[in-house]
Design a protein around this ligand. Sequence first.
Ligand code: ADP
Ligand code: ADP
Length: 226
Amino acid sequence: TPALSVSNLRKVYRGGTVAVDDLSLAVEEGDFFGFLGPNGAGKSTTIHCITGIATVTSGTIKVFGIDAVKDYRKARSLVGLSPQEFNVDVFATPVQIVDWVGGYFGIPSAERKKRIDELMERFDLTEHVKKPFRALSGGLKRRVILARALIHKPKLLILDEPTAGVDVELRLDLWRYLGELNRDGTTILLTTHYLEEVERLCRNIAIVAKGKIVRQGPKEEFLAGG
Ligand code: ADP
Ligand code: ADP
């Protein structure tokens, strides 16, 4: 079974906008998959459909074989999401933000605490754990969101523009973390506007335009073909 399989996905918003139109794609387990395309192409909407944030108009989505439309709670437990818009309490601390999601996934509090310590250490957040989210720099905020996405050890990690607005040095840190996570076995799907990010991290790529996949394949084919 693929980590993610989307078939004939269609999403029409209430206002009538066709954001995703007959989109199909498959991401194999262990892949680092680049989901690319211009603004408004339907990338975030697709991600919202996969993660149960948006309702699906038609089509099917499976996460490790689990129907993410019918059984989105179960599917969601396998997916970590770093959304474009963070949707956090900006007065909460990194620990509180990550802990809340750990609670949502039903992780017992002792295990949660241990896991949060590990994540704070892994992402070099230890010295910032007592600060409110709003006091953190863009790069630190991104790392908190990444820690939040990983608290339940998801098998599939979805990152919507993970390094947007992050300065160069911190972007390199994030790339290193993401490379490590993928090497440790986490399947990753990422949207980005940075070509360098794609070149460094991704193995396979799909290009979406106007809600449809227009091209899909290994990264090398894109770089060679132009
Ligand atoms: P759904 O069909 O999934 O219920 P809605 O049509 O209710 O989604 O939209 C959800 C919210 O997103 C609404 O409050 C809507 O105003 C807002 N919204 C509308 N247009 C956009 C846009 N272009 N980008 C992001 N959000 C939008
Ligand atoms: P991308 O992530 O590729 O920039 P989006 O999925 O955000 O694309 O947007 C696809 C289309 O759907 C755009 O036309 C956008 O304006 C519209 N859209 C996105 N979110 C909403 C929403 N909540 N309600 C209505 N329209 C939306």
